[in-house]
Design a protein around this ligand. Structure first.
Ligand code: PBG
Length: 324
């Protein structure tokens, strides 16, 4: 059927019609809200390149998580800023580490919220890389042991799910095995399965103080030019035991989200990263775009591409609009 028999505008006439044929809707259930936790008391340090996002000390964290919970957002994703960084990122897997303490505090105050932890060493190492350095590069196999130690210590502290974001080969099976050996076979893994070496992480590195002190992450994160490789990466993580597979970043990789959703039957998460957030905020501040409209459009596009779950710094703002 073509024009004039078919007129697409008939069903766009008014909001009722548009609502009736709408294919994708956002829900607060889709969101995970990332949080940056820091040592100290009463600390609420703004992150300049991410307006509205703060590094919070543990005493202020519970109030924030409570607000997230009251908005109906099911989960938070924790990132920690350690007191001291060293070559092996020791605070990452210390019992009294920042994340381990934060989990206990949250679980004590807002027990129902799903606490997910980022499992990666870059915030904790003095060199800012995601693992142990050998001969000027991150050594894969010796890093695996530390990652599983880190994941285990998060779960022991009460984390509900762990999210490895380091991009070492074999880390999902290593973490799975370690959790199972310690009777945590019921704890799921959300793996950053297709994580690209992206320029969009810029503001996060300010937020988490995790700039690599030399070189970059291209020897472990994926080349932005590749799509088939994402399928290989995800297949490996699925075989190794991932429960949720993630694509990161989101907006510049909607094609990848779409392919992954089509090829795999696990829940797909997408990380709407710091640079994507910062661009919308900055252009909105200048009045160059309608910030709220673009925010909702970005989130909707990620969902439309196939994501079941969206990790986003916009979660609270978007939830307020959805709940209105
Ligand atoms: C840790 C990690 C990063 C992000 C999430 N986990 C930074 C990186 O890989 O450099 C980025 C998140 C964001 O940009 O919002 N490896």
């Amino acid at each position: 059927m073509i024009f004039p028999d078919y007129r697409a505008r008939r069903l766009r006439k008014n909001e009722r019609f548009r609502r009736m044929i709408r294919e994708t809707t956002l829900s607060v259930d889709d969101f995970i809200y990332p949080l940056f936790v820091t040592h100290g008391k009463g600390v609420k340090r703004p992150i300049e390149s991410m307006p509205g996002i703060f590094q919070l000390s543990i005493d202020l964290l519970a109030r924030e998580v409570k607000e997230v919970d009251e908005l109906g957002i099911p989960a938070v994703l924790l990132f920690g800023i350690p007191k001291k960084k060293d070559e092996a990122g020791s605070e990452a897997y210390a019992k009294s580490g920042i994340i381990q303490k934060a989990i206990k505090e949250i679980k004590g105050r807002v027990p129902e919220i799903i606490v997910i932890t980022d499992v990666c060493l870059c915030e904790y190492t003095s060199h800012g890389h995601c693992g142990i350095i050998k001969d000027g590069d991150v050594d894969n196999d010796s890093t695996l042991e530390l990652l599983s130690k880190m994941a285990l210590s998060h779960v022991e502290a009460g984390a509900d799910m762990v999210a490895p974001s380091d991009m070492m080969d074999g880390r999902v099976s290593e973490i799975r095995e370690c959790l199972d050996d310690n009777a945590y076979e019921g704890i799921p893994i959300m793996s950053y399965a297709a994580k690209y070496a992206s320029g969009f992480y810029g503001p996060f590195r300010e937020a988490a103080k995790s700039y690599p002190q030399f070189g970059d992450r291209r020897s472990y994160q994926m080349d932005p030019a590749n799509s088939d490789e994402a399928i290989r990466e995800v297949s490996l993580d699925v075989e190794e035991g991932a429960d949720i597979i993630m694509v990161k970043p989101a907006i510049a990789y909607l094609d990848i989200i779409c392919r992954i959703k089509e090829e795999f039957d696990l829940p797909v998460a997408a990380y709407n990263v710091s640079g994507e957030y910062a661009m919308v905020k900055a252009a909105g501040k200048f009045g160059w775009i309608d910030e709220e409209k673009v925010m909702m459009e970005c989130l909707l596009s990620i969902k439309r591409a196939g994501a079941d779950i969206i990790v986003t710094y916009f979660a609270k703002e978007a939830a307020k609009i959805i709940n209105e």
